[in-house]
Design a protein around this ligand. Structure first.
Ligand code: A3P
Length: 286
């Protein structure tokens, strides 16, 4: 199925996966519930890893749910037409996923007690991961070259828009009681501590054994062989299984194997310019 692309309020989306009507519905009419937990990310920032962690926390570390129910059924994507239908029918408490930038997120979030977990990742690793995955997941435009993809990434000519706008927009909520942010790098460096912090935010108490079970069952190796989580069951209409897989390398710093010095310098210049307003430090060099 050939994709067409359209811009909705300045952000690129693919059709028929998304539509302006549904995006407007999600923004203006979708009712966020007080007990919703949203897993929010820019694409390729560790969405599925976080989803696995949240699914396991919900089950006190018991892997039964993640081994028996497909990830997108455990946590529907609110802005995707299939996910929206599922989210509307989903009994409370819902676990939901979204890549929407903050300005397109359901307005009803503001007057709810729903919790947002925002995971972000070194943008050069996001770029490299997305470059590979754009050849796999059909909603993304197939890149012509890494050079042209770099320019698209830097200018935000990407489905879901600019990484810079996404991150600066969502991190504007930092300090709000119901907003929690964490990096992919923190999850890698200290998985146990990260799971404990997520539990604390969710008001969930797990024993040391339960935390260990969350970490183990959400590990790259466990997810890689779990058909419910590795996208191997995704339809050919959405994913070209010949071209690659969701769980590619799962490491920090892979950009060093792909970006030239010139490309890295070009990235850094835009990064400094776009991120200077954020008085925050991140666990990566750009
Ligand atoms: P790479 O392409 O760098 O390997 P998303 O879920 O947001 O689409 O992000 C996918 C990226 O997260 C991929 O990165 C994938 O390998 C990585 N990933 C998925 N599950 C992971 C896990 N359990 N541990 C570490 N990385 C994981």
């Amino acid at each position: 199925m050939e994709r067409e692309y359209f811009t909705h309020k300045g952000v690129l989306f693919s059709s028929p996966d998304y539509s302006p009507e549904e995006l407007s519905y999600v923004e203006n009419e979708f009712q966020v519930r007080d007990d919703d937990v949203f897993n929010v990310t820019y694409p390729k920032s560790g969405t599925n890893w976080m989803l696995e962690i949240l699914s396991l926390i919900r089950c006190d570390g018991d892997p039964g749910w993640v081994r028996s129910v497909l990830s997108w059924d455990r946590a529907p994507w609110v802005e995707h037409y299939l996910g929206l239908e599922a989210a509307l029918k989903y009994p409370s408490p819902r676990l939901l996923c979204s890549h929407l930038p903050v300005q397109l997120f359901p307005k009803s979030l503001k007057c709810s007690k729903a919790k947002i977990i925002y995971t972000l990742r070194c943008p050069k690793d996001v770029l490299v991961s997305l470059y590979h995955f754009s050849k796999v997941l059909r909603i993304f435009k197939t890149p012509e070259s890494l050079d042209s993809f770099l320019e698209d990434f830097l200018s935000g000519n990407i489905v879901y828009g600019s990484w810079f706008d996404h991150v600066t927009g969502w991190l504007g909520l930092k300090g709000s009681k119901n907003f929690f942010s964490i990096t992919y790098e923190e999850l890698q460096q200290d998985p146990q501590g990260s799971v404990r912090r997520i539990c604390h935010f969710l008001g969930k108490e797990l024993s040391e054994e339960q935390v260990a079970s969350v970490v183990e069952n959400a590990s790259f190796q466990s997810m890689k062989v779990n058909k419910m989580s590795n996208y191997s069951q995704m339809s050919d209409q959405l994913l070209d299984h010949q071209q690659g897989a969701l769980l590619r390398k799962g490491i920090c710093g892979d950009w060093r194997n792909h970006l030239s010095e010139g490309q890295s310098r070009r990235f850094n210049a835009i990064y400094q310019e776009r991120m200077q307003g954020l008085s925050m430090t991140f666990p990566w060099d750009c």
